[in-house]
Design a protein around this ligand. Sequence first.
Ligand SMILES: Nc1ncnc2c1ncn2[C@@H]1O[C@H](COP(=O)(O)OP(=O)(O)OP(=O)(O)O)[C@@H](O)[C@H]1O
Ligand SMILES: [Mg+2]
Length: 365
Amino acid sequence: MAEGALDPQDLGGRLVGGGADDVERAAEAALRPKRLDEFVGQKVVRDQLSLVLQASLARDAAPDHVLLSGPPGLGKTTLAMIIAAELGTSLRVTSGPAIQHAGDLAAVLSSLEEGEVLFIDEIHRLARPAEELLYVAMEDFRVDVIVGKGAGASAIPLALPPFTVVGATTRSGLLPAPLRDRFGFTGHLDFYSAPELERVILRSAGLLGVEVQHDAAHEIAGRSRGTPRIANRLLRRVRDWAQVRGDGTLDLRAARAALEVYEVDPIGLDRLDRAVLSALCRRFGGGPVGLSTLAMTVGEEPDTVETVAEPYLVREGLVARTPRGRVATTTAWQHLGLEPPAGTWAAGLPDEGTGSRSRTLFDEV
Ligand SMILES: Nc1ncnc2c1ncn2[C@@H]1O[C@H](COP(=O)(O)OP(=O)(O)OP(=O)(O)O)[C@@H](O)[C@H]1O
Ligand SMILES: [Mg+2]
């Protein structure tokens, strides 16, 4: 492996990754807010959703279909569950990748009961035939069941009771317009502020039955990359440290020591992020350098660098993507404790010369 390369295994349990595996999802279930007023932050989406739900309850009719978009770990699944709970109805869960054939979706749809909420996670990954079936179901509350094959096949319309689709996507730009248009309400979840994450941490600590001091919560929040899932995960690691190496108190010392053990730095960068920054500055003098060269230098696949490390580095203004490649900004040099060379990009400034701008993974490409 190249110098400074990372063991690919390290990425599996990446402490600051936005995604979650099955084990983590089980741990998360206990920490999920159950009602809208417990849901921290996202004031705009919360207010809008609250109106949609209250109006639906007042009319005693299923609300419009809801699309929730935003990066992993910001609360899309949590909100879907809250929608069903606030409506006092049950939630049926499926996902784009789980629906292989249109028939699978037809089976789910035809078993829905009146007023139920159907949650379709990763809705941008639905197969095309299933998507087309969904258009009709969402608009006309009908599925066309196909009987027979080839020229003799015929469609038998089956009426569905009113229901509400809640779709979740990390890539709303990949949703075809006809599907996007069928959602009456779209909520876009944004990264959380540090004070909001502190509230998430204090709330979770309460549910875990541990006491976390305010300065420790503040420290953890600052390293959580704007993401409640990461905040909860770091909190659990700090709790481990406090129990095993400390005196059980979740104080600032425990937070700092635990996060040092896990190599999460003060702004939430992990080894891969720092390896990318270090290669950019130390090896390539700040760039511009192409993605594949950069990836090779840190011993990773280009895709990993682009989807795992880069979005946060770009969002934090440490790296900019330019038509000629990646460049380190002054902030990146300073973060590594290095003096930026003359002419280094200032953080976050769009490249006006070429008319392009830095963009993140979640921008619509
Ligand atoms: N606003 C919030 N307040 C408190 N906790 C939250 C909030 N949003 C998310 N969480 C916590 O973060 C965890 C992850 O949230 P959730 O599973 O809803 O994210 P997601 O957007 O569905 O992610 P993915 O795209 O990976 O499916 C949950 O355990 C939940 O407890
Ligand atoms: Mg989810």
